[in-house]
Design a protein around this ligand. Structure first.
Ligand code: ATP
Length: 444
């Protein structure tokens, strides 16, 4: 993880938040390449879940919903973690994760293991961030920042079902920020106070729910595989009865082998009709499917994935170090569809006016089609290494020979093979390669 954190920082993917004030725990800011990578993760999810299907539509609901939503959903009462405080070191820990935590005084021990540790009994601590609506504190109304995007989907069920005119099985997909007052810091962007979720609620006739649950577990595993995560680094873990959330009748986690071990990457929950029934009871609006004589409350299968956690998994799986011709290089072997920059254009001799002119023209042409970068600073070897570290699949170099015959070399990030191609066909060449099937060259 230290290597990923250091690369992310060095190359401007992710910075600690509010760093000049000492940072804020479990909060991170995303720099240029982090933004591009995150946008690509979201775009690939949206394509697979909405654009390539006929049965799922998009939604973008508010972050702040009517507080009654969280009452009805059970979050006000039940979305809590058990916490213990240490009266001696004043630290706070999750009672169910003491074995993973470090004692505030003696980091080699777990909380409760030294003589000075003085832990309180576990208390339930609600994870929702509270805020107030209204300019005057006294007359304002309590509200919450959403801890999941799903409830915004459930409360819009009737709007979407009527207007999108879909018959179950159909889904509603949403990407957006969620907030949780998590107290277990660490592990970089794996768990943060605010994060983005990609959630899809799939509404089905009750008799079909089990079948759809299995379907979505398979679909979602294959999505992670499609974009480069190695099979041996993924596992599906069904929750046992005690672990299930208050709303769920079955959940399976897709776990990824993060540097700290296998941990949840995505959750697929069979939520039954819990949410639609709860909002029907609390709001008085019937959230059901009606078509002539047919009338029922659909059951829901929900795949829910964190954008940031997904980005971390892709970075971890892509990270590689190798020695080529006695030189070390670090390379992010990202799927080209996820790579922040698709092609870099490098004039071999940056002081050569003619080379610069050709390289700039090629760059201007490429950037109209894909995210491209022009780099003329420093030794060519250093420029290649920089592109390797941000995961750019192709580097096009304009050199002496370009001036003679209008060809450029194109260097493949993974194999390091260099080919010479006509400059006029360079854009089509890059687009072709980007559209081709890709498999990680890393061994499983
Ligand atoms: P965990 O057990 O890790 O706390 P969860 O089971 O509470 O997660 P869900 O409510 O199922 O998580 O949320 C769906 C997805 O959202 C998770 O699989 C994860 O990818 C992401 N996610 C949840 N909480 C966070 C967080 N604090 N920071 C980053 N991503 C998160």
């Amino acid at each position: 993880m230290d290597k990923i954190v250091s690369l992310a920082r060095r190359r401007g993917f992710v910075f600690p938040s509010s760093e000049i004030y000492g940072g804020l725990g479990s909060s991170y800011d995303y720099g240029h390449y982090g933004v591009l990578l995150k946008e690509n993760v979201k775009a690939r999810w949206f394509e697979a879940m909405v654009r390539e299907r006929d049965d799922i539509v998009a939604l973008d609901s508010s972050i702040i919903l009517h507080p009654a939503v969280w009452e009805a959903s059970g979050h006000t009462a039940g979305f809590a973690d058990p916490l213990v405080d240490c009266r001696f070191c004043k630290r706070r820990y999750r009672a169910d994760q003491l074995d993973d935590a470090q004692c505030g005084q003696k980091p080699s021990k777990h909380p409760g293991e030294t003589e000075q540790c003085d832990l309180t009994e576990p208390r339930q601590f609600n994870l929702m961030f509270r805020t107030r609506i209204g300019p005057v504190e006294e007359s304002g109304q309590d509200a919450f920042l959403r801890p999941e995007t799903a409830q915004g989907i459930f409360v819009n069920f009737k709007n979407v079902a009527q207007i999108a005119r879909r018959k179950p099985p159909f889904g509603i997909a949403q990407i957006g920020k969620a907030f949780r007052n998590e107290i277990t810091p660490g592990n970089f962007i794996f768990r943060t106070l605010e994060f983005e979720q990609m959630e899809m609620e799939y509404f089905v006739p009750p008799a079909e729910a089990q079948e759809w649950f299995r379907y979505w577990v398979e679909q979602r595993v294959s999505w992670h595989r499609r974009f480069g995560i190695r099979e041996s680094h993924l596992q599906v873990r069904p929750h046992d009865a005690e672990e299930l959330s208050h709303y769920s009748s079955a959940t399976s986690d897709i776990e990824y082998l993060f540097p700290m071990g296998f941990a949840e990457l995505e959750g697929i929950a069979h939520r039954g009709d819990y949410d639609l029934q709860a909002h029907t009871r609390a709001s008085g609006t019937k959230l059901e499917w009606v078509d002539g004589e047919e009338r029922y409350t659909p059951e829901v299968v929900e795949p829910a994935l964190g954008v940031n956690r997904s980005m971390l998994a892709f970075m971890v799986d892509a990270y590689d170090e190798e020695t080529v011709a006695e030189r070390e290089r670090t390379v992010l072997r990202l799927h080209p569809a996820l790579a922040p920059v698709k092609a870099a254009v490098l004039p071999l001799v940056p002081r050569n006016g003619e080379m610069v002119e050709k390289a700039r023209a090629l760059y201007e042409d490429l950037r109209r089609a894909v995210v491209a970068e022009y780099d003329d600073s420093g030794q060519i070897g250093r420029r290649y290494r920089r592109q390797d570290e941000i995961g750019t699949p192709y580097a096009l170099t304009v050199d002496e020979q370009t001036l003679e015959d209008d060809t450029v070399t194109i260097r493949d990030r993974d194999s390091l093979a260099q080919e010479r191609i006509p400059i006029s066909g360079a854009k089509a060449f890059v687009l072709d390669r980007l559209a081709a099937d890709w498999q990680t060259p890393k061994a499983s």
